[in-house]
Write a protein that binds this ligand. Structure first.
Ligand code: ADP
Ligand code: MG
Length: 277
């Protein structure tokens, strides 16, 4: 991963408008109400959020504020009660391979090897075997799992399983990678290594990432934008542009210890701290 640090951000990185105007991803007045036995639960209230291709958008906010719900409307798992979600100008109606999803607990098939798990999406889509094999090898090497390709998920550590789950999303060449607290279950050291790996893949591919996390430090380190949500019903209360993710000349520890990093982190923490939960 280290040599990647010397690379410049890919040409696609940054807020590029979509051809024809508008944003690459656009949530417009998105409301979500869940029906439940005790009446309806108002999860999202008129969320407006737009960002460009190549952005790395981190979403933070108190538990239950609707982060997962928001992501699931973009994934196409749930439809907003009102409002719309668009990708490159097209309204989201259902899940699709151009949107890869990674959950907190890696969703792997225990009966498949690492390589078979990695190739699941391309296999289902009927991608030709040579192309499929090339992609699997490329991404398993990227995350250091190539030597483990014949193993089964139960033989891997938690961090390795999560890397495999990320590979499984990446082999489809998603335009948008959606990650819902993907590193939440990992120990601190593995978590920082995963942050660096994800960073490197993002810089190399220029894909758009939507990343939900409980960790303000993780959000400020990884994001080009940090979006802060309010308690239920979830709304966007603040959006900060940050640029630590574009700094390739300093390593992760130096960046996180720098006064400018700590200042932004404290600014976001204060916003959350001052909310009425
Ligand atoms: P977060 O990811 O920020 O913790 P969620 O999006 O999971 O928040 O949930 C937002 C609110 O909606 C919570 O109060 C949660 O209990 C409720 N909720 C989430 N999913 C459902 C569901 N399928 N049915 C009913 N209520 C739900
Ligand atoms: Mg959640």
């Amino acid at each position: 991963m280290r040599p990647e640090r010397m690379l410049r951000p890919p040409p696609g990185a940054g807020s590029t408008p979509t051809p024809g105007g508008g944003s690459f991803v656009e949530f417009s007045a998105v409301c979500v109400e869940y029906a439940s036995s005790g009446g309806s639960i108002h999860a999202l209230e008129k969320v407006d959020l737009a960002f460009g291709e190549g952005d790395f958008v981190c979403i933070v906010g108190p538990s239950g504020c609707g982060k997962t719900t928001l992501m699931q409307t973009l994934a196409g798992f749930i439809k907003p009660t009102s409002g719309s979600v668009r990708l490159a100008g097209v309204e989201i109606e259902a899940p699709g391979p151009e949107r890869g999803v990674v959950f907190q607990q890696p969703a792997l098939f225990p009966w498949m090897t690492v390589a078979e798990n990695a190739g699941f999406g391309p296999t289902v889509r009927g991608v030709n075997p040579a192309e499929r094999a090339r992609k699997i090898e490329q991404y398993l090497r990227t995350v250091g799992l190539w030597e483990f390709r014949e193993r089964y998920p139960y033989e891997l550590s938690g961090g390795m399983q999560q890397r495999l789950a990320i590979v499984r999303a990446l082999v489809n060449d998603p335009k948008v990678l959606l990650m819902d607290e993907p590193f939440g279950a990992l120990d601190a050291l593995t978590r920082e290594r995963m942050q660096e790996e994800l960073h490197a893949v993002w810089r190399r591919t220029g894909m758009t990432v939507v990343f939900i996390t409980h960790s303000v430090e993780e959000a400020v380190y990884l994001g080009t934008a940090v979006v802060v949500m309010s308690p239920r019903p979830g709304r966007i209360v603040e959006r900060l542009q940050v640029n630590f993710s574009r700094q390739t000349e300093r390593d992760i520890r130096t960046i996180k210890a720098s006064p400018e990093f700590v200042a932004v982190k404290e600014q976001v923490l204060a916003l959350i701290w001052n909310m009425e939960v």
